[in-house]
Write a protein that binds this ligand. Structure first.
Ligand code: SF4
Ligand code: SF4
Length: 140
């Protein structure tokens, strides 16, 4: 009984979340998004390295040979957050800083289909979420 009463008057241990927005520590790995350049296009060079490096096969990229020169063009970029374990390998290996962790961590959903994000072609919903201002990993 004494223990219950003690806990009743302790401050809220979760810092008031969800009423008070939570800023996670620097280097936290959260939801993923493509990074975009000033021209509004993804920085991704369609090399496929992140897809091949993902231990969970969570990334699906479709590319095509560029018609106007060497290299490939990105047709679609999908990521299944239901498979992702937020290891960050895709962010680490990317030579173009094309993919990044965002400050968005509230991604739980009762619908399995909602875990599959189409990052390209981009919609408003898949543009980078508000960045964690303390995170160096966010390069938007
Ligand atoms: S996000 Fe980076 S690693 Fe992945 S395909 Fe694009 S350029 Fe390559
Ligand atoms: S964070 Fe890890 S598991 Fe998730 S998509 Fe990137 S490489 Fe795959």
């Amino acid at each position: 009984m004494a223990s219950t009463i003690t806990h009743l008057f302790r401050p809220n241990f979760n810092g008031g979340y969800p009423d008070t927005p939570k800023v996670l520590p620097e280097r936290s790995r959260m939801s993923l998004a493509l990074a975009f350049g000033e021209n509004g296009l993804p920085l991704c060079k369609a090399c496929g390295l992140c897809e091949r490096s993902c231990p969970d096969a969570a990334i699906r990229i479709v590319t095509n040979k560029r018609e106007d020169g060497p290299g490939r063009v990105l047709d679609s970029f999908e990521i299944d957050l239901g498979l992702c374990m937020y290891c960050g390998l895709c962010v680490e290996v990317c030579p173009a800083a094309g993919i990044m962790h965002t400050g968005h961590f509230e991604v739980s959903t009762p619908d399995r289909a909602d875990t599959r994000l189409t990052l390209w072609p981009a919609t408003v919903a898949t543009r980078p979420a508000p960045a964690n201002p303390s995170s160096e990993a966010v390069r938007a």
